[in-house]
Design a protein around this ligand. Structure first.
Ligand SMILES: Nc1ncnc2c1ncn2[C@@H]1O[C@H](COP(=O)(O)OP(=O)(O)OP(=O)(O)O)[C@@H](O)[C@H]1O
Length: 307
């Protein structure tokens, strides 16, 4: 569990993280989204105790990172895939980390296998592609079999197979009760990876919402429906929610597909089409951040559409 409370950080006169408050619970993949420079890495560094906030607090399992008894076992982090010493072999790098964290040496081979580098442990990190470095960074984060994982842009540099591999791994870790917190500036990548997203822009929280809920709300709950009895259905739906094309198709706003289907069923109207319109997460994000002078922060805990 990660808890961030009123976290604020400025560099010089620029406030890069502003009064951030959120919770990342175990058991789901939480995406941390925002454009370049939004303040994601700064927030992750403050959670890991690498940067001090000006005010507010970041707690991991109820305490500041620095107060964790066995930090590498509690929290695994991938911040910068380029941080490993290029002259070392992957195995030597992980063995060094394992020793520092008092983690059994046998775990090194296990995590190399887990990230698909089982046959590459002897190779120098300098020879690794960016994708292989990302995998090595994930291996390092998993070394202590931590309950909390923080990964900064882990999909960067991965090929299509690598992206699918990481998605499956992260979802599996979440299913096994881990807290998984993953940043990305690419909205569409997160749509397939995260259950829930926190969106920040200019250091401020603009959404804290289930992925399904975010896309549905950004699309305005628009549904198209086709039926030969369209005029009757239009009359049965709330005033002002329906636009008819006159050729058997209605566009309904403010109701979801299930609600429209229920109304039709109550009136015995057969539907030939019932199509909810989900915008892509990217559209949803743009919609949310378009007017940042009045950011629309909403929590959707009551209507989660978790997968
Ligand atoms: N040590 C620092 N000194 C001064 N400014 C900094 C420092 N670290 C970050 N910043 C600034 O803070 C802002 C937020 O940066 P941060 O790296 O947290 O954003 P981000 O959301 O992670 O973006 P990216 O996706 O590009 O990594 C940026 O404008 C950055 O230039």
């Amino acid at each position: 569990m990660i808890e961030v409370r009123n976290l604020t950080k400025s560099y010089g006169r620029r406030t890069v993280v502003e009064d951030l408050t959120f919770t990342v619970p175990p058991g789901r993949v939480t995406g941390f989204l925002g454009p370049n420079g939004a303040g994601k890495s700064t927030t992750l560094r403050m959670i890991l105790g690498l940067d001090a906030p000006d005010s507010g607090a970041a707690l991991v399992n109820g305490v500041p990172y620095a107060a964790l008894a066995a930090p590498l076992r509690a929290v695994g982090a991938l911040l910068d895939a380029g941080a490993a010493h290029p002259g070392r072999s992957a195995r030597a790098h992980l063995s060094w980390l394992a020793r520092a964290g008092r983690i059994a040496p046998a775990r090194v081979a296990e995590v190399l296998d887990l990230v698909g580098l089982g046959g590459e442990g002897h190779r120098r990190i300098a020879e690794f592609s960016l994708g292989m470095r990302q995998r090595l960074g994930v291996a390092a984060a998993l070394l202590g079999d931590p309950g909390v994982l923080l990964l900064d842009e882990p999909l960067n540099g991965l090929d299509a197979e690598g992206i699918v591999w990481l998605r499956v791994l992260l979802r599996d870790l979440a299913a096994r009760g881990r807290t998984v917190f993953v940043s990305s500036h690419l909205m569409n990548e997160m749509e397939a990876t995260a259950d829930h997203v926190l969106v920040i822009d200019s250091g401020r929280l603009v959404a804290d919402v289930g992925v399904g809920e975010l896309t549905r709300r950004a699309a305005g709950g628009r549904v198209t429906v086709a039926t030969p009895r369209w005029a009757e259905l239009a009359a049965a739906l709330p005033d002002g929610s329906v636009r008819a094309d006159g050729a058997g198709r209605l566009t309904v706003t403010g109701l979801d597909a299930a609600e429209v289907g229920e109304v039709a069923a109550r009136h015995g109207i057969a539907l030939h089409e019932l199509v909810p319109h989900r915008s892509r997460l990217e559209d949803a994000f743009l919609d949310l951040t378009r007017d940042l002078d009045s950011p629309r922060v909403y929590a959707a805990a009551d209507r989660e559409e978790e997968r």
